[in-house]
Design a protein. Structure first.
Length: 388
């Protein structure tokens, strides 16, 4: 400690030096305290150069995920960054290994992840958060696992009520069939929340339409080639009885459409799917191949707005700890598409179209996720991409 001078006879020059030394010491103490507080606060404070943007998706051959990645690239380019795209081809172990490899880079990982299954979510999240990264997940996680129970670094979980999508496309299919006839259903992966929810939505629509009979249901694993093979098998098994095909995503619906074409049934058996991929939209617009309806969650938005939200958390622009639970796990907006409105969705969005979503990533929050109870089907459609 510094001793106080015994008398007031200290020379002015010495007094000034003495005061300056104390001030300098106090400044150092304050600076160290601030640094320690920042390290222990858990709040994002990374600069752009310390951050790596990551998209973890199933496959770039899947048109939906290709749109997702494009959205992320538009966002990254707008802030002068690039995105690491990790495609796992449906291999859960590969997905986790890819994430762990990036977290070992020393940079802060800002990840936008679509887990293959619900059981994959926790390991993926902890791989990012344990390394100090920030993550937004989509679609799949266990119902009893919540972001606020894990870490503020798990910024949010976004999903879309699959029951609504499954219901809407089923109602469109049944209307096209005149409310009567037999259908086959192509499911997604069994341990996949959205796959189960979409099937539940179809079941609800069937209960409301007693003239419809479910002839068969099998998984197409979200894959076009697999769906082609399954559809061929089921068309042979139920020859002459298949009057419609319900598919849990557009990729499988497009595979089913190819099987119908090979069997000489294209345009005679209506098909529906979900995701609003370009080929599906063009088929709906054409009106002569039997593609009746799809449902959009706007993959461009998913691939970019969630990335923007996670980066805002990483750089301290968004305080996750102060966010309500309704902003930590929520339903995103979705849109029913048919021949009457398909023209609005045919043109991919530009960076200008998505800019407002990047500035306010939570603007399309449709409410906190409910894991049981009531739900309300919706057929609402926004007028333009830039005004949800």
């Amino acid at each position: 400690m510094f001793a106080r001078p015994a008398s007031r006879s200290v020379l002015p020059g010495r007094r000034a030096k003495f005061a300056n030394a104390i001030a300098a010491t106090n400044a150092i103490v304050v600076l160290v305290a601030m640094l320690l507080a920042a390290c222990s606060s858990g709040k994002g404070s990374n600069s752009a150069k310390d951050v790596v943007l990551v998209q973890s998706i199933r496959s770039l051959s899947n048109p939906y995920h290709a749109q997702w990645v494009k959205g992320g690239e538009l966002y990254a380019a707008s802030i002068g960054m690039k995105v690491e795209v990790l495609a796992n081809e449906g291999d859960s172990q590969k997905q986790l290994s890819q994430i762990k490899s990036l977290t070992a880079s020393g940079k802060t990982v800002v990840a936008n992840i679509d887990p293959n299954t619900s059981s994959d979510a926790e390991a993926l999240v902890r791989a990012v958060t344990d390394a100090g990264g920030y993550v937004v997940t989509h679609w799949n996680k266990p119902d009893d696992l919540h972001p606020w129970d894990v870490s503020d670094h798990w910024v949010a979980h976004v999903t879309f009520d699959g029951r609504v999508g499954g219901y809407n496309i089923a109602k469109a299919l049944f209307a096209e069939m005149g409310g009567t006839g037999g259908i086959i259903a192509l499911q997604g992966l069994p341990d996949n929340v959205v796959a189960r929810d979409r099937l539940n939505g179809m079941t609800k629509a069937m209960n409301e339409t007693p003239g419809i009979t479910l002839l068969d249901q099998q998984t197409g694993e979200w894959d076009r080639n697999k769906a082609f093979q399954v559809t061929q098998t089921l068309l042979n098994k139920h020859e002459g009885k298949v009057n419609g095909i319900w598919a849990a995503n557009d990729n499988m619906a497009l595979g089913a459409l190819e099987a119908l074409k090979a069997a000489g049934l294209q345009g005679k058996v209506p098909v529906v799917g979900i995701d609003a991929v370009p080929e599906a939209l063009k088929n709906i617009q054409a009106g002569d191949v039997g593609y009746v309806a799809t449902q959009s969650s706007d993959a461009y938005w998913q691939g970019s707005a969630a990335l923007a939200l996670a980066r805002q958390a990483a750089t301290g622009q968004y305080n996750v700890g102060n966010a309500p639970q309704s902003d930590r796990e929520f339903y995103g907006e979705q849109f029913a598409i048919n021949k009457d409105n398909v023209g609005r969705f045919l043109t991919p969005p530009t960076a200008a179209d998505l800019q407002d979503d990047w500035q306010t990533p939570l603007a399309r929050n449709q409410g906190q996720i409910t894991y049981q109870g009531r739900w309300t089907p919706t057929t609402g459609v926004r007028a333009t991409r830039s005004s949800p």
